[in-house]
Design a protein around this ligand. Sequence first.
Ligand code: AGP
Length: 614
Amino acid sequence: MCGIVGYIGCRQAYPILIEGLKRLEYRGYDSAGVALVSGVHQLNVYKSVGKVADLERVAEKQDVSGCAGIAHTRWATHGEPSTVNAHPHCSSDGRLALVHNGIIENYAALKDKLTDKGYAFKSNTDTEVLVQLISYIQKQGELDLLTAVQLALREVVGAYAIAVIDRSHPDEIIAARKSSPLVVGIGENEFFLASDATPMVAYTSKVVYLDDGEIAVLHAGRPLRIVNLNNVECPHEAQTVAMDIGQLEKNGYPHFMLKEIYDQPDCISDCMRGRISLEAQTVTLSAVSNFREQLVGARRFIIVACGTSWHAGLIGKQLIESFCRVPVEVEYASEFRYRNPVISSDDVVIAISQSGETADTLAAIELAKEKGAFIYGICNVVGSSIARATDTGSYIHVGPEIGVASTKAFTGQVTVLALLALLLGKEKGMIPEEEYHRIVQGLAAIPGKMREVLKQDSFIADFSKMFTYARNFIYLGRGYAFPVALEGALKLKEISYIHAEGYPAAEMKHGPIALVDAEMPVVVIATQSVLYDKVLSNIQEIKARKGRVVALVTEGDTVIKKLADYCIELPETPECLSPLVTSIPLQLLAYHIAVCRGMDVDRPRNLAKSVTVE
Ligand code: AGP
């Protein structure tokens, strides 16, 4: 949560910082702020409640000159969203400004200590405590900023990515990280700083990802210096980020979410590129080639993830168990990390995360590592904390996902899980040859099928209007469709704020059916499967109670078409790959209902794309 941007060099910092904040708005958008230092030792700080556009309005008529600056877009943890609580926070003497992503857990004790020394605080944030602490230490020993930051951070318990500027030294930014991401971009006599690489790709492709406990000294005109809290040098090789700026734009779509839904056929082709050979009928994943013994020999898989990634994990469980005959457990990372789970060295933990920065998933990985498990990651963001914390892994390669509601990352995760399950099943000799070939071909055909499904968009947009004022929704599915039902309900909840629940269809009779009446829309995933007849009975039970049914069926289904109020026909797909097709109409349904309700689809209230705090 929260996005940080920094710039120091020969250009004007303000436009770079504002554009950077817009790229990072997915990380939080309840307030924003910027601090600029000019060569005449002036520090100007502007803040606003709301989005980056609101900050721009505040700064419009102000002095925004300066070749060094830091900026922040916030997702509130300590203190309500307000101008006072927005970052940057300044020291009482107005010399230092600091932006922070993370949580200072011992801020109350530090605040008491500083209050005793006569410090007063304007905000309710943990961040203001940190900048005052640095200022106090700096003044006590007449220290340079780097040393003051190092000493202050030794007293801090918690997670942080910070950037600090000192108006007395306008040629320097000090940045530090522990458990929250921070990337330094290296240009010609200039540096960029951000929570991810997107704000800098327009200027440089050379980046350094800071590791925990590291501090970067960005001094315009000098080489990048990275040290730890004890001032020991930490050399880093710069990496090259390959990101096309076009991937970060809406390309004519009204929202990133819609663009990302439409991106899926190409994304899934990218995800499979070089991993499936139709001529040779083979699947390859470099992680499996490099760590065959650990992955093929695993006695058990434990999938840890949150939210949508957890739903992908539920599909992964079914894929791996059916193709490999190895037990798989799927855990919420937040629960797993605190319940002393039984893990052994022949377990493989699969950590799934789009952002690669989710705090609970990262903590679950650390716990599993301590217990000796081998860790395989499935991430989207290259170079992210989770990607670097795992022993090996496979990127989903779906490109930057900006909309807060995850769409293409979900189908990318399911695709990688299908590839992994197929490959391990083949290596273990557990999947019959004919079945293996059928699924490989089925996977290769998925992008084409996704394009077919997207043709239903205007039909879905039309009937979505009927649900603008619905207050509740139920989503039902069985087998591979059950996690899709959960995912469909999550999509609707997070962007339309309509209450929605997903259930295994057969659970209806055990309680939820009491909710069904003429006011209750029920979305049923009823494509061809071994349980088709049973799902058909569920639809009849709902109709008998006057529920309104939106059914997803396989093309040519005439039976459900007669029963359902709205029927979305989908191309025939092997059942184990059906989530790649059935999830798309549910994404579109949630999107169109949210648009009808006038919601901010890409930036729903109270949410952030990257959940870097517990
Ligand atoms: C999905 O639409 C959500 N925004 C959310 O559940 C998300 O999937 C979850 O926070 C996990 O994020 P990650 O994949 O980046 O770890």
